[in-house]
Design a protein around this ligand. Structure first.
Ligand code: ARG
Length: 475
């Protein structure tokens, strides 16, 4: 059903209708559209724009429609343009002309962005919850490996040994920033736009602040033209999704590398691996690869919306209809990837022995020599040079650093005595790195404990917000 037509001599060409139709993707806004219609109805009733009897009949019809949408007994038909027109058809079928009464003081322009804000808040909270689950899987896995040394890398070359628990736990901190971003995004997204009308506000006595409260928004718009034009919250949500995708892709890369035969550190559980149709021996880390691969479309969706918004004139332009599919796709993608990656991490086992054996190789303890000299007040440039000479000596004689003799050490630098050898162990290197946030296992254990406590708090905060949101939806 069309929501316009009075001034037209003929309806749109088939090609035009097909181009402008959005109900096949925006139907998923239906529950939010019905809920925001109830809020608009409450204002019309409160201000006497609708008689109580009419308002109550519309309210009952909206509730009935909500049940029918949920159970699938009311659905869009071929002639419906978008979610708003499909639902108005549903109301009119139940109530006759009264079904159109809700259009007073409301345009699809303030309606669609209200629906989309509600949708975004609902789904970003769901994503936030899944991230906290992923974080706790990471932290619990990390706690198992706090005392297990492994090579730490820069440039994918052995750099310095680290606690493998430290290596794993780092990912939880990246996701903590994503959770922060979602929380911060919420304050800018939880803004009511209903009452802005087409762009200029309304001559009817509406009460946007009342509507904000009704829909659980923290605030209401300050400028009606901005209210119908603003899609910053869509672009920001897409950035957050893309960033989460990047973080997942870096996990994907590590798991792929670590489960390769060359590394053979990670043993990914069968349930999180796939086989090959031709090579019977293959066990592939497809979850990790898809986590890595999906990050591309998340960045793509962000770029798509940013490009659509660039230089867009203010107030509503039909271009804005292009905001939905990228947002839906990014959200669906994360809802798909996050649980799989969480399960993959929780069920992966690591080869402690192999990692420990690899930890000191590649002269990863050379920094200990430089630090030893620096502690004796040797300028670091000189200390670095001396440690480099030790590496070179070892390389040419096929030895490890701790195998250098006292006289060889002294020849490299007069302050370099045999005592340094005590530091040339992985254990010594790890336990000496006591900078806050560093890799000393006692500190790592504490970092993980603190992060788990923060995780529990965040989980509760998100659950409270979700509870409030679903109470608002079912009010
Ligand atoms: N389907 C439209 C959208 O998604 C709804 C708003 C239409 N408004 C209009 N003035 N044509 O953006």
């Amino acid at each position: 059903m069309a929501l316009w037509g009075g001034r037209f001599a003929q309806g749109p060409e088939d090609s035009v209708f097909a181009l402008s139709r959005s109900v096949h993707f925006d139907w998923r806004l239906a529950a939010y559209d019905l809920r925001s219609s109830m809020a608009h109805l409450a204002v019309l009733k409160k201000s006497g724009l609708l008689a109580a009897k009419e308002a109550d009949a519309i309210n009952a019809a909206l509730r009935e429609l909500a049940t029918q949408v949920a159970d699938g007994s009311f659905a869009p038909i071929d002639t419906d343009e978008d979610v708003h027109s499909a639902l108005e058809r549903g109301l009119t079928e139940k109530l006759g002309v009264v079904g159109g009464a809700l259009r007073a003081g409301r345009s699809r322009n303030d309606q669609v962005t209200t629906d989309l804000r509600l949708f975004s808040i609902d789904h970003m909270l769901e994503i936030a919850t899944l991230i906290t689950h992923l974080q706790s899987a990471i932290l619990e896995k990390a706690a198992e490996y706090v005392n297990d040394p492994a090579p730490g890398f820069t440039h994918i070359q052995h750099a310095q040994p680290v606690s493998f628990g430290h290596e794993l736990a780092k990912h939880a901190h990246a996701f903590a920033r994503d959770l922060d971003r979602i929380n911060d995004w919420l304050t800018r997204t939880s803004v009511n736009s209903l009452g802005a009308g087409a762009l200029a506000g309304s001559s009817l006595t509406l009460d946007p602040a009342f509507t904000a409260k009704n829909l659980g928004f923290d605030s209401t718009f300050a400028n009606s033209i901005d209210a119908v034009s603003d899609r910053d919250y869509v672009a920001e949500a897409l950035f957050i999704c893309a960033m989460i995708g990047n973080h997942l892709s870096r996990i994907g890369e590590e798991w792929t590398l670590w489960s390769s035969q060359e590394f053979a550190w990670a043993k990914v559980a069968d349930a999180y691996s796939t086989g090959s149709s031709i090579m019977p021996q293959k066990k592939n880390p497809d979850v990790a690869e898809l986590a890595r691969g999906k990050s591309g479309r998340l960045v793509g969706n962000l770029v798509s919306v940013m490009t659509m918004l660039k230089a867009l004139p203010f107030a509503y332009n039909r271009d804005l209809q292009e905001d939905k599919e990228p947002l839906f796709d990014s959200i669906d993608t994360l809802l798909l990837v996050l649980p799989a990656v969480t399960g993959m991490i929780a069920t992966t086992d690591f080869d402690r022995e192999k990692m420990a054996l690899a930890a000191p190789t590649g002269f990863s303890l050379a920094t200990e020599i430089a630090d030893y000299l620096a502690k004796k007040n040797v300028p670091f440039a000189q200390a670095h040079e001396a440690a480099g000479k030790c590496v070179s000596l070892c390389e040419s004689s096929d030895r490890q650093l701790h195998q250098l003799t006292n006289s060889e050490l002294l020849a490299v630098h007069p302050e370099l005595d045999g005592e340094v050898r005590e530091l040339l162990t992985v254990h010594g290197a790890l336990s000496s790195r006591t900078t806050a946030g560093g890799t000393a296992p006692t500190l790592v254990a504490q970092q993980i404990k603190d992060a788990l406590i923060a995780n529990t708090t965040t989980q509760k905060e998100i659950a409270n917000k979700q509870r409030a949101f679903s109470e608002m939806m079912s009010a």
